[in-house]
Ligand binder design. Structure first.
Ligand code: BES
Ligand code: MN
Ligand code: ZN
Length: 491
């Protein structure tokens, strides 16, 4: 369910809301604008600050109740050091999460001078903080049932000026919620067909052209690499294309490409059983692309965007591809498959080749591509590589703006030795080391001639643990990076 956001100006002290969240920076003085609210609370709010029961630290919160009219509860949330959007976004996320835990159903949010990116960040924060995935649970007995957050009002200096940020924040948040939901859905529900259907719905909502290629069409296009991965699955693999036309007629589009493995068993090079269930998340790149397209459809930036998703499952069976098999991708290159678990790059090889027909101004792909990126960068940093330093720099900047920080890894020529094959043009794994780099170098063989950046999101797409502002589960990365990148390319 999405949240209805609205904005209001003025003093929240008389607002009839079950919860007013007040975001304050480190070492706060009680804001003058909230003097009336403090009074209604018998001075308890300013006292909490003065006595340092609340110091405005990152992830700090304090809940207070008042009798009578006005906000029933006030939740102080700390942003940490003043003057950073990410701190405020984080505080808003915490507020959204607390509101959902309380089950209040609606809330208000106040922060000083809430405008532009500050307002946008707050909306994204509240929306994601309140995100939960309950649709596969049976309903709770009525007494235990908590109201999901359905509406939030943000206090702004000026209602009219707030419109663009209000729309942008809601758009980005909806995109990210969609991405999280898709990544959370299990493989028996979220199939390649399901992703195609989701793309069609987005296309219908926002007047985008949608094209879906199945096994037959891909055979005609000689996508031997993608099809090798799909050889042992009974589900029809899908290459999904979604076209948004917000730019000038005929202008080269930005291409967003996503790995959409609805389940990755590893194939014949089978994965260990422990935690294999996580591999439903192997379509997080595709979820990020679809989430970004939902946001773009709402934002309507003046740029053309084409989304390309390669979706299948990597399964075992008598028909399955085997280590040692040699296949030919649609660009003519032969590939020796030495490990059937390095399947994402096999799928993307043909999707990137297909992207060439759109003559994109830039290509950005996102893929849960390698376990090695988790070793290198952990769960908080996106691995960034590519063949065009300008696009890479733009992606890194977009990620910083969106709070999805990336770090570039090198693609030195010397690493290419590692993916040489005795029997084919290239093999699908490298040696022991530099696994994320050799994977990206493999992709580079199919991105030739296009300015391209690659996001390895295997570490950042999913949180294995429950964090302060992130429940265990899908994060929605890289929706915000994609959206920020595309917005920056608009005219
Ligand atoms: N989807 C996985 C990557 C992955 C692994 C994501 C672990 C999250 C956690 C990918 O298809 C894969 O299996 N990669 C292999 C490549 C290897 C065989 C060269 C990997 O990383 O182990
Ligand atoms: Mn794999
Ligand atoms: Zn995979």
């Amino acid at each position: 369910m999405s949240i209805a956001f609205d904005v209001r100006a003025g003093d929240p002290s008389r607002a009839a809301t079950p919860l007013l969240a007040v975001a304050l920076p480190a070492d706060p003085a009680w804001p003058r604008a909230l003097a009336a609210l403090d009074k209604r609370y018998g001075g308890a709010l300013s006292r909490a600050v003065k006595r340092r029961d609340f110091v405005g630290a990152k992830d700090e919160s304090l809940l207070l109740f008042a009798p009578g009219a006005g906000p029933e509860r006030v939740l102080l949330v700390g942003t940490g050091a003043a003057g950073n959007v990410r701190g405020l976004t984080r505080a808003a996320t915490l507020a959204g999460r607390k509101a959902t835990a309380l089950g209040v159903g609606r809330m208000a949010f106040w922060a000083a001078d809430l405008a532009e990116e500050w307002l946008e960040g707050s909306i994204v924060g509240v929306s994601l903080g309140s995100w939960e995935f309950r649709e596969l649970h049976s309903p709770q007995p009525p007494k235990l049932r908590k109201k999901p957050l359905a509406a939030a009002t943000l206090y702004v200096p000026n209602v009219k000026d707030a419109r663009p940020a209000l729309l942008a924040g809601s758009a980005v948040a909806e995109g990210q919620r969609l991405a999280r939901r898709l990544a959370m859905l299990p493989g028996n529900i979220c199939t390649p067909e399901y992703l195609a259907r989701t793309a069609r719905e987005i296309g219908k909502r926002h007047k985008m052209a949608v094209k879906v290629l199945g096994r037959r069409e891909m055979q005609r296009l000689q996508m031997g690499s993608f099809l090798a991965v799909a050889q042992a699955t009974t589900q029809d693999p899908k290459l999904i294309v979604l076209e948004y036309k917000g730019g000038r007629r005929g202008a080269a589009p930005v291409a967003l490409v996503g790995k959409g493995l609805c389940f990755d068993s590893g194939g014949i090079s089978i994965k260990p059983a422990a935690s294999m269930e996580l591999m439903k998340f192997d379509m997080s790149g595709a979820a990020g692309v679809l989430g970004a397209m939902e946001a773009i459809g709402r934002l309507k930036p003046r740029v053309n965007v084409v989304a390309l998703i390669g979706s299948t499952t990597n399964m075992l069976g008598g028909e399955a591809m085997k280590p040692g098999d040699v296949v030919r991708a649609s660009n003519g290159k032969s590939i020796e498959i030495q490990n059937t678990d390095a399947e994402g790059r096999l799928v993307l090889a043909d999707v990137l080749t297909y992207a060439k027909r759109y003559k994109p101004q830039a290509v950005v792909d996102a893929a849960t591509l390698t376990g090695a990126i988790v070793t290198a960068l952990g769960n908080t940093t996106v691995g960034v590589m590519g063949n065009d330093q300008d696009v890479i720099n733009e992606v890194l900047a977009a990620g910083r703006r969106g709070g999805e920080v990336g770090w570039q890894l090198p693609m030195f020529e010397e690493y290419k030795e590692l993916i040489k094959s005795d029997v084919a043009d290239i093999r699908n794994i490298g040696g022991r080391g530099a696994g994320s780099i050799t994977a990206a170098l493999f992709l580079a063989e199919f991105a030739e001639g296009m300015p391209w950046a690659h996001l390895d999101i295997a570490g950042t797409a999913y949180s294995d643990t429950d964090l302060v502002v992130m429940p265990k589960g899908p994060t929605g990365t890289p929706v915000r990076t994609f959206v920020e990148f595309v917005r920056e390319r608009a005219y």
